[in-house]
Design a protein around this ligand. Structure first.
Ligand code: PRX
Length: 651
C-alpha cells in the first residue's frame, strides 16, 4: 500500500480557491461531470473579461473532430490582454506582476501591473507600425527576459498569433518553424545569457533567415553590449521601435476561438507539429488550474522556473498567473549557476511561496547534496510543484523532506503541450499525495485507460492513457494540418483523445504515468522526437541508415542513442564520422537534444516487412529481458547490437 502524505492544516487558511476541501473537490467533480458545458461556462464568465459574453459551451465532439474542430464559448468575443492586464489596473495597478531574476546572481528587476500594461501597449503599437495585423504570425526567439512575456502579450493585444521557439533550438529548427507558420515578424535578442554563458540568438536568427521566407522585420531586444550584424530595412532595435510610441493601445476584439498561439512540439516523425491553442478556452483553463492546483492567494510570490519556449512557460509563467493577478517570477539562469543553491537563493531573496520545477532539476540538485538547500531560508515556501516527466519516489521524497522540510504540499502535475494546462494532479490543500503519482483528475477531466483492444479498463489496471471528453484548454488543431492532428490524437482510439502516454491506476483511483509509448523521448524535461534526430543523422553522407531511440538515464530521464550503419566503401575513420554526426545533430536539432552516444553497427534489427524494431533496441539498451519479437527478420542481429551497446556502456 502506498504511503500517503496528508496536508498540514495551516495551508487551508486564507486562500480564495473554490476547492479547498475534499468535499468541495467531489462536488465540483460531480457538477462538471453532470453538465460540463454549464460548469465551464460559469468558469469562463467568472474568469474572463469578455467584450461579448458567450452563451455556448462546447460544440463538437471527439467523434466528429475530423470534420469540425471542437470549440468552446464560440459566440463570445474578447481580447485576452484585458483579463491579464487592464482588469488588474482597477485594484492591483501597483502590485508586482513580474519579478525578473537575471542570469547574473543578485541582478533582478520588477514590473508592476501598470508598468507591464504600458510596456505591452507600447510594444503592440510598435508591432502594428511594423505591419503586424490580426491573425498574422510572429515568432519569438528569446531567452527568459520580461520582454519575452511583453512580446507574447503585445501580439495578443493585436489579435496576432505568436509562436515562441525555445532558445536552445538551432537555426535549422527555427527556419522550419518560421516557414511552417509563415511568420511575418521575428522577435529576438542581440544575445541571451544562461548559466554565465552567452546565447547567440540574433546570429541564429540570421542563419535561419538565409533561405526563402516571408519575414519582413526582425525586432531585436538589446540584452547585452555585444554587437550584432543588422540588415538594413529588415532589422530594428526594440528600444528604437518603442521610442516615442504611445502606451495606449486598443485591445483588438477577437473571437473566442481565434488562435492565440502556435507551439511546436515533437511528433513521432521528424516534422514538428504546430499545435494551435485558441483564446478564451485556453485563458479560462489556465486561470482555473493555476488558482486551484496551487491554492493561489493574493500575496503569493509564484515562481515557475520553466522557459517560455515550452508550454509550461506559456500557461504557468505568463497566461495563468497574469490572468489571476499573481506575482510571477521569470528566471533567466540555470539551477546550477553559480552553484546548486541558486533556486533556494531565489526563494530566500524573493520570499517565494509557490515553486514549480521539473524532476530533472530536482534529481540534479539532490545529487549535489543537501547543504546547498539548507544554506538558504525556505520558510516562505508553501507549495512545491513538479511537471514534465514521471518523478521517481526518491526525488519526490527529497523535494518533500529536504526542500519543503516536510511542511509543503507537493503537486505532481501531469499535462502536455496539447492539453494546454494541468489535467491530473493533487490539489495543494486537498489531495493526499503519494510519491510518484499525479493522483487524480481535475474537475472536467475524464481520464480512462484503454487496453490493446481499445476496451476501457474498469478499476485498477495498466493501459494507454486517454481522455473521454473535451475541456476548454485543449489544443484545437495542428497549424494548417488538421489531418495530422486527427491522425495523431483521435485515430488510434476513435471517440477518445489519445495522450501518447502509458498509465496505471491503483485501487483508490490514483494515476501513475509510465511514460511515452511512441517515439517521443524526454531529455531533461524536454520533449524530443527521435525522428527529427534521425533525420539529422541520416543527412550525413556516410550514413546508410540509422536508428535513434531513448535509453534510461538517471539524471536526464532519457538520453538519445544513435546506431549507424555506414554505406559500403566508406573509408573515413569511424571516430571522425561519429563526431561529425554528433555535430550535425547539434546544428540541425540543437544542443537541447544532448546527442552524444553513437555506435556504428553492421545492421539494424528489422521486421520482415522492413520496419526497424525500435522497442527491441530500447529494451536491449535498458538491459530489460524481452521475448525475441516474432516478426524479426534475423534474431542474430540482437546479439550483435548488444555488443555495440555495451561499448557505449549500456545493455
Ligand atoms: O509523457 C508525459 C510527460 O511529458 C509529456 C508532455 O510533454 P510536453 O508536451 O513537452 O509538456 C511538458 C509540460 C507540460 C507527457 O505526455 N509528463 C508531463 N508531466 C508529467 C509527465 N509524466 C509524468 N508525470 C508528470 N507529472
Amino acid at each position: 500500500m502506498t504511503q500517503l502524505f496528508s496536508v498540514p492544516d495551516r495551508v487551508k487558511q486564507g486562500s480564495t480557491s473554490p476547492i479547498q476541501t475534499p468535499d468541495q473537490y467531489r462536488e465540483h467533480y460531480l457538477r462538471a461531470a453532470a453538465d460540463p458545458d454549464q460548469y465551464w461556462l460559469e468558469q469562463a464568465k467568472a474568469r474572463v473579461k469578455w467584450k461579448k459574453e458567450p452563451t455556448l459551451g462546447l460544440a463538437g465532439d471527439y467523434h466528429g473532430v475530423a470534420e469540425e474542430p471542437i470549440s468552446w464559448f464560440s459566440d463570445g468575443t474578447l481580447n485576452l490582454t484585458e483579463t491579464c492586464l487592464d482588469e488588474h489596473l482597477k485594484e492591483r495597478a501597483e502590485k508586482t506582476a513580474i519579478i525578473w531574476e537575471a542570469d547574473e546572481p543578485g541582478h533582478s528587476k520588477t514590473l508592476t501591473y501598470r508598468e507591464l500594461h504600458s510596456e505591452v501597449c507600447r510594444f503592440a503599437n510598435a508591432l502594428r507600425e511594423l505591419g503586424l495585423q490580426k491573425g498574422e504570425r510572429a515568432i519569438i526567439y528569446m531567452g527568459m527576459v520580461p520582454e519575452a512575456a511583453i512580446a507574447m502579450l503585445a501580439c495578443a493585444r493585436l489579435g496576432a498569433i505568436h509562436s515562441v521557439v525555445f532558445g536552445g533550438f538551432s537555426a535549422e529548427a527555427l527556419r522550419d518553424r518560421v516557414r511552417d507558420c509563415g511568420a511575418k515578424i521575428v522577435i529576438t535578442q542581440n544575445e541571451g545569457r544562461r548559466g554565465g554563458k552567452p546565447l547567440a540568438l540574433k546570429t541564429v536568427v540570421d542563419q535561419a533567415l538565409t533561405d526563402e521566407h516571408v519575414v519582413k522585420h526582425v525586432v531585436v531586444f538589446k540584452r547585452t553590449d555585444t554587437e550584432v550584424e543588422f540588415e538594413e530595412g529588415r532589422d530594428v532595435w526594440w528600444h528604437d521601435a518603442v521610442s516615442g510610441v504611445s502606451d495606449s493601445c486598443e485591445a483588438v476584439e477577437c473571437a473566442a476561438e481565434d488562435p492565440l498561439f502556435i507551439l511546436y512540439t515533437s511528433g513521432s516523425t521528424g516534422k514538428p507539429k504546430g499545435l494551435v491553442h485558441t483564446t478564451a478556452g485556453y485563458l479560462t483553463y489556465t486561470s482555473y488550474t493555476h488558482e486551484i492546483v496551487f491554492d493561489l492567494r493574493e500575496e503569493d510570490v509564484y515562481a515557475c522556473v520553466a522557459d517560455v519556449g515550452w508550454v509550461t512557460g506559456h500557461s504557468y509563467i505568463v497566461y495563468g498567473p497574469l490572468a489571476n493577478g499573481a506575482t510571477t517570477l521569470m528566471f533567466e539562469s540555470t539551477p546550477l549557476y553559480p552553484d546548486a543553491g541558486r533556486y533556494w537563493n531565489l526563494v530566500e531573496q524573493h520570499k517565494v511561496t509557490i515553486f514549480y520545477t521539473a524532476p530533472t532539476a530536482i534529481r540534479a540538485l539532490a545529487a549535489q547534496g543537501d547543504q546547498f538547500v539548507k544554506g538558504h531560508d525556505r520558510s516562505s515556501l508553501r507549495v512545491l510543484g513538479t511537471v514534465g516527466e514521471p518523478i521517481n519516489p526518491d526525488a519526490w521524497r527529497w523535494y518533500y523532506d529536504v526542500v519543503g522540510e516536510g511542511r509543503c504540499n507537493i503537486v505532481d502535475t501531469w499535462w502536455q503541450t496539447e492539453t494546454g494546462g494541468i489535467c491530473l494532479t493533487p490539489i495543494a490543500p486537498v489531495t493526499e499525495t503519494a510519491p510518484g503519482s499525479a493522483t487524480l483528475p481535475l474537475p472536467g477531466i475524464f481520464p480512462v485507460l484503454l487496453d490493446g483492444d481499445a476496451h476501457v479498463i474498469r478499476g485498477p489496471g495498466q493501459g494507454k492513457l486517454c481522455m473521454a471528453h473535451p475541456w476548454p484548454g485543449q489544443a484545437r488543431t495542428v497549424w494548417e494540418d488538421h489531418d495530422r492532428y486527427v491522425a495523431t490524437y483521435f485515430s488510434t482510439y476513435p471517440g477518445y483523445y489519445f495522450t501518447g502516454d502509458g498509465g496505471c491506476i491503483d485501487e483508490q483511483g490514483y494515476v501513475y504515468i509510465m511514460g511515452r509509448i511512441d517515439d517521443v523521448i524526454i531529455v531533461s524535461g524536454h520533449n524530443l522526437s527521435t525522428g527529427s534526430i534521425e533525420e539529422a543523422v541520416a543527412s550525413h553522407p556516410a550514413v546508410a541508415e540509422c536508428a535513434v531511440f531513448g535509453v534510461k538515464d538517471e539524471l536526464r530521464t532519457q538520453v538519445p542513442i544513435g546506431l549507424l550503419v555506414l554505406k559500403c566503401g566508406v573509408e573515413t575513420d569511424p571516430v571522425t564520422i561519429v563526431s561529425e554526426v554528433v555535430a550535425l545533430v547539434r546544428e540541425k536539432v540543437g544542443p537541447v537534444a544532448n546527442f552524444k552516444q553513437v555506435a556504428i553497427t553492421k545492421r539494424l534489427p528489422k521486421t520482415r516487412s522492413g520496419k526497424i524494431l525500435r522497442s527491441a533496441l530500447r529494451k536491449l539498451a535498458d538491459g530489460v529481458d524481452f521475448p525475441v519479437p516474432s516478426t524479426i527478420d534475423d534474431p542474430a542481429i540482437l546479439e550483435e547490437i548488444r555488443i555495440d551497446l555495451q561499448g557505449l556502456g549500456y545493455a
